[in-house]
Design a binder for this molecule. Structure first.
Ligand code: SF4
Ligand code: SF4
Length: 264
């Protein structure tokens, strides 16, 4: 992993390999596992509708996913990077998008899946309804903003802002509730051992794997500008696959994915 440009703010300015070593030295991944262990065993329809986009992750969760990617072979790593690039730049015009870790309807990181995925379907109905309303409102606002910039967002993309599911049950078939705030606070405290507290509060679990990869490779402002350019080119008819491929190559050059498990 290369060093990070000092002018960039946020966790993307952190040397990720050093952060990985620190996380292992402090046994933060084990501590993260203990938070996940607070969840009861659940069952659902396994329809993967909630995997329609990559979830927001805490920094320590991002590191753990990076470590998993680092152990993949080169074609596997390239595929993850292509999917992350596609989501980063084209999610607003592609109703067929899905989480970068979803393959053939299955989660490839199920044991490592982040808090946001584990919470799905486990929050109280009033919180669930509020989250769904907020998600749809945010999607409509972003669609309006993009329309003013000449980019048409398909209705199907806005409607996919699914924020809830009532089909998750415990093994006895009963609804399950957990204290999401308490669990999130515990993971935020792990992040505080890796990045400054203000950065933790600023980022919390609001950034997805693709967003963190994009910010670490190009910087957040470049990503925002590049997204508009690429969306316009795609809507003018340039093949999206070609645009994704060249953007993924640019991100790959920044070597944001560790190539192997780094030394302890
Ligand atoms: S939590 Fe709900 S949306 Fe997600 S896979 Fe299970 S049934 Fe489908
Ligand atoms: S990490 Fe797994 S469970 Fe979570 S959204 Fe992605 S595919 Fe679905």
């Amino acid at each position: 992993m290369t060093g990070r440009a000092p002018e960039r703010e946020g966790s993307e300015s952190v040397d990720v390999e050093r952060a990985l070593r620190r996380a292992r030295g402090l046994r933060l991944f084990e501590a993260l596992e203990r938070v996940y262990d607070q969840f009861p065993e659940t069952q659902c329809d396994n329809c993967a509708r909630c995997c329609f986009e990559s979830p927001g992750v805490f920094f320590v969760e991002h590191l753990r996913l990076l470590e998993w990617v680092a152990q993949m072979d080169e074609p596997g790593r390239a595929a993850i990077l292509r999917r992350a690039t596609a989501e980063l730049f084209f999610s607003w015009i592609d109703p067929g998008r899905a989480c970068v870790f979803l393959e053939s309807g299955r989660c490839t990181v199920y044991d490592l899946r982040p808090l946001a995925c584990r919470l799905f379907g486990l929050v109280a109905p009033e919180d669930r309804d509020r989250a769904e309303t907020e998600a749809r409102l945010a999607a409509r606002q972003e669609a309006s903003r993009l329309r003013m910039l000449g980019i048409e967002v398909p209705k199907a993309v806005i409607e996919r802002s699914l924020a809830s599911c009532d089909r998750v049950r415990d093994r006895a078939g009963r609804p399950v509730r957990v204290d999401a705030d308490a669990l999130a606070s515990r993971i935020a405290r792990l992040d505080e051992q890796l990045i400054p507290r203000m950065t933790v509060l600023d980022e919390f679990c609001f950034r997805s794997f693709p967003e963190r990869i994009g910010a670490a490779s190009l910087g957040r402002e470049v990503v925002d500008g590049r997204r508009l350019q690429l969306l316009r080119r795609a809507q003018r008819g340039e093949p999206m696959d070609d645009l994704v491929e060249s953007a993924a190559q640019e991100i790959a050059q920044a070597r944001v994915l560790p190539r192997r498990k780094v030394g302890r």
